[in-house]
Design a protein around this ligand. Structure first.
Ligand SMILES: *Cc1c(COP(=O)(O)O)cnc(C)c1O
Length: 397
């Protein structure tokens, strides 16, 4: 073990109360709020230097000191992370921008950035002796959990609304997960998963209801900064569902400052949601700290169909502190964004990725993004899993 995790404890994101990281905690039992992993960054700083990076593995575990798994033997990796930061020159020119990057998370194992979150969470669950996992999911998270559980020789239970994309059902079964199709919404699937957890003694790895998915997703922040030569972009446009990624990237910025990689500069974080499911945008616009559950959520982008997010206040806080904003796009605009990204840059983005382009356009029009801002569009997944959901005109029937 050349490099070691500097994890010290878990901390309640609302109250700051400390919890033991060697116990399989999920949320703060007193208030139900998410816990964050904390590290001894002074210690991590000694080995996690910029100069040490070229010698490290190309996957997300390259940031070993700020990852939560203690024993290397518990790391389950499928090569997640290390995704390209593509310079989207044709797109930039078309939108009237100098510099636009696409962070292409679609090339991750299982086709989305969920591989980072579940790679970290499933590995840490294994370390904590939790070998039987469960989760409600309509999409990419279930596939990723199932794949990492398979690779770790662990048991996976998935509760999925039956109208989920075919690819997500098929992949879970292919990875050997126990798939239960639910005649209802994701909230119904969530209740069933919770009941199964209690009755069968399973560990529920729903997002931000366990502390370590955010740790996997934060590595996107580390990578972007590393790939930009230790500079911070001006804007990061993020398609937001539960918000684990945006919150994780924001956390990474603070850690990197303490590691001496960057100064106090920060990207403006843009939270993009679908018109048909925008609880966080609504709360941001009203100036509220927490979000109301969004009634009758609907959007083609399953990853953004999250009507109530447990980490709502963390997303809203990061957007506000960063000087960013929150914006909605319609399903039609997302699909237009997908087509444009595919035709101009050769990136076949999931609808969530298309949404980032649509959002950037709106913000350029509103003057909230300026020509010389360096913008990163977070393309969170690839489109191949959504083929049965896409409208006619994109080759789908
Ligand atoms: C899950 C998911 C999202 C939303 O991610 P959060 O970090 O939970 O907000 C966005 N895009 C895709 C493709 C997803 O699978």
């Amino acid at each position: 073990m050349k490099y070691q995790s500097a994890i010290t404890h878990l901390e309640c994101t609302l109250t700051g109360e400390r919890f033991d990281a060697s116990y399989p905690h999920r949320t703060n039992p007193a208030n139900g709020k998410p816990l964050f992993a904390r590290y001894d960054l002074e210690k991590a700083k000694v080995t996690l230097t910029k100069d040490s990076l070229p010698d490290r593995s190309g996957n997300m575990w390259r940031y070993r000191e700020v990852m939560p798994v203690i024993d290397d033997a518990n790391i389950i990796t499928l090569g997640e992370g290390g995704t390209p930061l593509l310079k989207a020159e044709r797109l930039a020119e078309e939108v009237g921008m100098d510099t636009v990057y696409i962070k292409d998370e679609g090339v991750n194992p299982t086709g989305s950035f969920k591989a980072r979150g579940l790679g970290a969470a499933v590995s840490k669950a294994k370390e904590l002796g939790q070998m039987r996992l469960t989760m409600p999911s309509a999409g990419n998270a279930a596939g990723a959990m199932s794949a990492y559980a398979a690779a770790g020789g662990m048991e996976a239970h998935v509760f999925m609304p039956k109208d989920a994309p075919i690819a997500n059902k098929v992949e879970c079964e292919a990875y050997g997960a126990k798939l239960t199709l639910v005649d209802g919404f994701i909230t119904d699937a969530g209740q069933m998963s919770q009941r199964a957890a209690e009755e069968l003694g399973l560990f529920d790895v729903s997002t931000l209801r366990e502390p370590y998915r955010a740790e996997g997703k934060k590595t996107m922040g580390y990578e972007i900064v590393e790939q930009m030569g230790f500079e911070v972009p001006d804007v990061i446009v993020y398609p937001t569902g539960g918000g684990t990624g945006i919150v994780g990237i924001w956390k990474a910025m603070d850690e990197m400052e303490q590691l001496g990689w960057i100064g106090s500069e920060r990207p403006r974080m843009v939270c993009v949601q679908a018109e048909g499911c925008a609880p966080l945008v609504a709360a941001f616009e009203k100036g509220e700290e927490f979000a109301e559950p969004f009634p009758d959520p609907h959007t083609l982008a399953a990853g953004m169909r999250v009507p109530a997010a447990i980490g709502d206040f963390l997303v809203i806080r990061s957007v506000r502190e960063s000087g960013g904003t929150a914006v909605t796009v319609s399903d039609e605009e997302m699909v237009d964004g997908m087509v444009e990204m595919a035709r101009m840059e050769g990136v076949f983005a999931a609808p969530e990725g298309g949404a980032t382009l649509a959002a950037m356009r709106k913000l350029v029009e509103r003057g909230l993004i300026e020509r010389d801002d360096r913008v990163v569009l977070l393309v969170t997944g690839n489109a191949h899993k959504y083929l049965d959901m896409l409208p006619a005109g994109m080759g789908a029937a």
